[in-house]
Design a protein around this ligand. Structure first.
Ligand SMILES: Nc1nc2c([nH]c(=O)n2[C@@H]2O[C@H](COP(=O)(O)OP(=O)(O)OP(=O)(O)O)[C@@H](O)[C@H]2O)c(=O)[nH]1
Length: 130
């Protein structure tokens, strides 16, 4: 049976732009170097918002405020399944530091489809494009 993970992802908007992050190498080639929203797995006992605040602090060294729910996506990858909650957020600090990703871009919603997104993120990107 495939493992099933509950994941939270932050759609951080600053003005007209949204923060996009590029993953590094991975043992799974289908997620390596793909673009995603920052976040990670929800640990037991955590709310979605608590998990997201923790993950964003670990990954980007910034504090965020969680503003609301955008979309929940269920996606089956070849080796595991994720249920990913996309949450709209605001950054409370200006300067971010990349602790886990290889790159970042701030893009307007109409520019999002220029990136090579992880497959699970495509419905989120489509919803953001409206
Ligand atoms: N954070 C994040 N993960 C995503 C997105 N899209 C997507 O398919 N995923 C997948 O969801 C899983 C999230 O796990 P993660 O590795 O980021 O989380 P974590 O830091 O808690 O994991 P770890 O402690 O096992 O390393 C990964 O398999 C990742 O590829 C996304 O937009 N954001």
């Amino acid at each position: 049976m495939k493992k099933h993970h509950e994941v939270v992802a932050a759609i951080i908007q600053r003005g007209e732009e949204i923060l996009c992050l590029q993953r590094g190498a991975s043992k799974y080639e289908y997620i390596a170097y793909k673009w995603e929203f920052p976040g990670g797995k929800v640990e037991s006992g955590e709310t979605q918002a608590q998990a997201l605040i923790r993950e964003i602090k670990e990954e980007l060294a910034i504090d965020i405020q969680v503003d609301g729910h955008l979309l929940t996506v269920e996606h089956e990858y070849p080796d595991f399944i994720i249920t990913m909650h996309g949450l709209r957020c605001t950054a409370l600090n200006e300067e971010l530091v990349l602790h886990e990703h290889t790159g970042f871009k701030w893009l307007r919603t109409e520019q999002l489809q220029t990136l090579d997104w992880a497959a699970a993120d495509v419905p989120l990107v489509e919803k953001l494009r409206g």
